[in-house]
Design a protein. Structure first.
Lengths: 538, 481
């Protein structure tokens, strides 16, 4: 049986972990580090065909593989990528070697377990992005929790156990309800069509009647994803997890794990529950905008560098959620690009905070100041990363946020205007932080002896910075991969929503609604690529 | 005159093999040598032969003693589960007993007798055989629980188990009598035929209630679970493993058959009752388990919670519900036996290491054992790709299918709560430093084999569940037609 690219990319890290577990002795730490890095680099190389051979003009799933797994229960091994997930898979395989390399000196205790946990985590994360079967998705979604739990809990900071347990419990409560919703969807689809299956494309073609069932399923899925994103007010696990996790863990957490939430909305909530997604769109806007502004404000006042970056994630992910639920091509493409950007920029921020922490063993902003004079290379790169995170034109952050705001303005100018303040606030908290860390006088003697970037640290940062500049200057290869898939998704949501509404129109046409019979349905039938999200009733 | 029933021992074969092995162990115990190690081997051989005998008997659907004993696929499925549970317990015992100075021939004989009682329960087609099986199983277990003659806790466990068990059995017997009074028979099929004509017969309903009390005790569902923590804690750990897995599977085997075959007509009654019992059992089990610091007590409450999950499947009913319970029992048996088997290999200088604090920093000193125990705990949490996840998926799937969505929501939230106390053990093993107590790993080849079998079991059931799930469905299909 031929093994496809996606299967190789997904399971290569796990296979590597198994081999390392069996073959590499515990005491030989360099061998453990090198073999871990080798496996992750090999995975990245194996994933490159996804970039080169991906057909950007094709909205369908590519590199698909389907195998029988539990045929009696309608479960199959079905993987594939489209323009949305392909970038996330590549982001994962790209960030993992970076994260492992960043931990070269930071992790000296139980290196073997660390390398194994990180590689298993990689398999779990890639699996989540490529799964096209709800059962398979759930397997990866839940399995991935455990290695992350170990990474935070074993190699984290002082309060790591609390943070690790909180992370797991939050996620488990969310995914518990999602499990029920998946089962409900499975049986509803089976009862309606006679085909009992967890296959996502099949389920996506099924039109669920709008109403209580769809709303409940939407809410169950959304809770799981909203916790992961994290959408305000489900974000409280994030600062703890980020602050306590080791640098490599934070990079992966911010870079990839959070994207699983937004990806989940995109892949599952929108196409499966289009009506509920539209109905609850305003709620998501509200939460997203609150998250954008709240996250930014809280970031501003953080005394701890890592906490500042952690809260900035809440703000940035708010932008992503906003873009997704605008259901406009610009907003959604922007959201996908912003997922990648956030992975790179915030990943790089965590890397650099980790580097400075390794030197000074503190992350308090007040402990620094005037670093530019001592470690100019570090400070220069740190500036670039900060600027990319706050969305300076020419760097990656600008592209995503700009597109998202275009989408938001199309929906409602006030929504766009309010969200826009998030960008201003981002400039405030990042530049103010940078000013206190890198500029001004050297206020602490300990800072005078700091060493600048080592060659290993250059090697860790340069690839990330190259991508940051590449996306900023020439984003087309990235946006073009996504565009067609996003268009197709929007068309699908629109058509499903209108089909469902039309089918049930006679039933829901009550006294109240009949006063304005046509307003609500009409915009959906227009050949625009945008859904009307205005409430129908005055 | 009552015609003498034809004697067809074929339908009792697996159970008889185990029973015969028990008698053989008793006889060999009288002969030299003084060392009793070989008796464990004999017991193991008996269990393996019984296990293998299930293969040719599959699909034969043998019946004997005027349908009092049924050796259908359903019984064979449980025979396999029970033999595995018992064999794992025996493997764990080999070194464990010697270490604790209680190695004896009776131990293995009693394990085998109780196992044959369990297998009899699985093949019971008559309430009297149910009673017989429960007595054979329980009496042996009462004695086994008190095997550590010099330990107070062991004696307490034995006494408590016996007194409460005998009390519960009397409820069961009273229920049997009432149902006999109402329907004129103790045979499942004839009860079903008689009860079908008279829905809402008060006698049947009361008899059903009393039966559920008796079974509730054996499977340790709330509110009949009080004995479980004390017995689990006090009994030798290998016996605890057997009580938690084999005896529970056997009681479930009989319970499912009684409810779905004999008392099918009363399904509206018992499914409402069990709905409430399931909800209370899983919630109470999980919530109380959070407060435990003794690992054996924690696993006792966790096993109560797992009974709650399985009752969800029973409430859901049908082929999918009952099949899910069977699959879950298989998964649960490997997982729980493995968890107890791991605990049993850790020892303090002054006895067994059962406090969660004893496990602090275990991963640093004994990484393999810590990883093994962590694997079993993760399967109990329900993390894929391990058996517990698939088991829960089937169970909750059947409940959603039958329309019990809120019970399912309660169940999944419960499994999220449960994650807390299972993961706490992992926190101790991996994320804390040793607390100064001298804890060591006892080398045991047989124990290692038992753990290896259990690990293969939970991984296989987690990755390739389809053949086993099909087997479970085939086994229950004739019952719930």
């Amino acid at each position: 049986m031929p093994v496809g690219v996606l299967t190789v990319v997904t399971f290569l890290p796990a296979l590597g972990a198994l081999l390392i577990m069996l073959l590499v002795p515990r005491r030989n730490e360099p061998a453990l580090r090198w073999s871990g890095l080798a496996v992750s680099v090999a995975t990245f190389v194996a994933s490159l065909p996804l970039w080169t051979r991906f057909d950007a003009g094709d909205a369908d799933m590519q590199f698909e593989e389907i195998m029988r797994w539990m045929p009696g229960f309608g479960v199959g091994y079905h993987v594939g990528v489209d323009g949305i997930s392909v970038l996330l898979v590549l982001l994962t395989t790209f960030l993992m070697p970076v994260a492992l390399a960043s931990a070269w000196r930071a992790i000296e205790d139980r290196t073997k377990e660390f390398v194994i946990a990180m590689l298993l985590l990689e398999t779990g994360m890639i699996g989540v992005f490529v799964s096209l079967d709800l059962f398979l998705f759930l397997v990866f979604w839940e399995a991935m929790l455990i290695p992350m739990y170990f990474v935070i809990g074993v190699w984290g900071g002082a309060n790591r156990v609390y943070a690790a347990i909180k992370f797991v419990l939050y996620t488990m409560v969310g995914s518990a309800l999602m499990l029920v919703a998946i089962l409900a969807l499975y049986y509803q689809h089976g009862a309606a069509t006679g085909v009992y299956t967890f296959d996502l494309p099949t389920l996506t073609r099924y039109v669920i009647a709008p109403g209580r069932a769809q709303t409940l399923m939407f809410l169950a899925f959304s809770l799981a994803f909203a916790i992961k994103v994290p959408l305000f007010p489900f974000h409280t696990w994030l600062p703890d997890a980020h602050v306590e996790a080791p640098t490599a863990g934070s990079v992966i957490l911010a870079g990839v794990l959070l994207k699983m939430g937004t990806y989940g909305f995109l892949r599952f909530c929108l196409p499966l529950f289009p009506d509920a997604s539209v109905d609850y769109g305003p709620w998501v806007y509200a939460l997203a905008v609150i998250g954008i502004i709240y996250g930014a404000l809280v970031s501003t006042v953080q005394p701890d560098l890592k906490k500042l970056v952690a809260y900035s994630s809440v703000s940035h992910l708010g932008f992503v959620m906003l873009g997704l639920f605008t259901l406009t091509p610009q907003g959604m493409v922007g959201a996908v690009i912003q997922m990648i950007n956030h992975g790179l920029s915030t990943g790089a921020l965590f890397l650099m905070v980790g580097m400075i922490y390794e030197r000074r063993h503190t992350r308090l902003i007040a402990e620094f100041g005037g670093l530019w004079g001592v470690i100019p290379a570090f400070s220069a790169l740190f500036l670039i990363v900060c600027l990319s995170s706050l969305g300076l034109p020419g760097l990656n952050g600008f592209v995503g946020e700009f597109l998202i705001l275009v989408g938001a303005f199309t929906v409602d100018k006030w929504l766009g205007a309010i969200a826009n303040t998030g960008i201003i606030l981002a400039a405030v908290y990042l530049l103010w932080m940078y000013q206190r860390v890198a500029l001004g006088e050297i206020r602490h003697e300990a800072n005078r002896r700091l060493a600048d970037l080592t060659s290993r640290e250059w090697a860790v940062l340069v690839p990330v910075l190259l991508l940051i500049v590449w996306i900023g200057v020439y984003p087309k290869p990235f946006t073009s991969k996504t565009e067609v898939s996003v268009q197709a998704l929007i068309a699908q949501v629109e058509s499903k929503a209108s089909v469902a509404r039309n089918k049930t129109a006679p039933r829901v046409a009550g006294v109240e609604r009949s006063q304005e019979p046509s307003r609500r349905g009409d915009p959906r039938l227009e050949p625009t690529s945008r859904l009307s999200l205005q409430p129908a009733r005055p | 005159m009552i015609p003498a029933p034809s004697v067809d021992l074929g339908a009792l074969l697996p159970s008889l093999i185990v029973f015969g092995a028990g008698v053989l162990v008793l006889l060999l115990d009288l002969l030299p040598p003084r060392s009793k190690e070989h008796l464990g081997g004999v017991a193991l051989a008996g269990l393996v032969v019984a296990l293998l005998s299930a293969i040719p008997l599959w699909n034969r659907d043998a019946r004997a003693f005027r349908d009092m004993v049924l050796l259908d696929n359903y019984a064979l499925f449980f025979d396999i589960v029970i033999c595995y549970a018992s064999a794992l317990a025996v493997l764990m015992s080999l070194d464990y007993l010697r270490r604790n100075g209680v190695e004896s021939g009776e131990y293995y004989a009693l394990v085998l007798f109780s196992t044959s009682g369990m297998m009899l329960l699985a093949s019971a087609g008559d309430l009297l055989v149910v009673f017989l099986g429960i007595e054979l199983m329980s009496l042996s277990l009462y004695v086994l629980a008190g095997l550590f003659k010099l330990r107070l806790a062991s004696g307490e466990a034995s006494m408590k188990y016996f007194l409460l068990g005998a009390f519960a059995t009397s409820f069961l017997l009273y229920g049997i009598a009432l149902i006999y009074g109402a329907t004129g028979s103790t045979n499942f099929d004839r009860i079903a035929a008689a009860a079908a004509g008279r829905p809402h017969d008060a006698l049947v309903t009361i008899g059903l209630g009393l039966l559920l009390v008796g079974f509730g005790f054996k499977i340790s569902s709330v509110p009949f679970h009080m004995w479980a923590p004390d017995v689990y804690e006090g009994a030798p750990t290998s016996v605890t493993a057997l009580i938690a897995t084999g005896s529970k599977a056997a009681a479930f085997a009989a319970l499912i058959r009684v409810l779905t075959v004999a008392l099918k007509a009363a399904q509206p009654d018992w499914s409402v009752l069990l709905w409430a019992v399931a909800a209370v059992t899983m919630t109470a089990g999980n919530v109380i388990a959070i407060a435990q610091s003794n690992l054996k007590r924690m696993l006792a409450y966790s096993s109560i919670a797992h009974v709650g999950y399985m009752l969800v499947g029973l409430v859901a009913g049908g082929v999918s519900g009952a099949g899910a319970v069977l699959f879950y029992l298989l998964a649960y048996t490997f997982t729980t036996a493995g968890a107890f088997g791991s605990i049993l290999l850790v020892e303090r200088s002054d006895g067994e290491a059962v406090e969660v604090g004893d496990y602090a920093g275990l991963a640093r000193r004994h990484p393999v054992l810590a990883a093994t125990l962590a694997l079993f705990l993760l399967s109990l949490v329900g993390i894929p790709p391990l058996a517990g996840f698939v088991g829960k998926f089937y169970l909750f799937g059947s409940a959603v299918r039958a329309g019990y969505v809120w019970l399912t929501v309660l169940g999944v939230l419960n499994s999220a709560i449960a994650a807390y106390y299972y993961l706490r053990v992992i926190v101790y093993m991996y994320m804390r430093e040793p607390e100064g107590v001298d804890v060591r790993l006892v080398p045991s080849f047989a124990g290692g084999v038992a753990l290896a079998i259990a690990i293969v079991g939970i991984v296989l059931l987690g990755v390739m569940p389809a053949p086993f799930a099909d087997l479970a469905q085939v086994a229950v299909t004739p019952l719930v037609r």
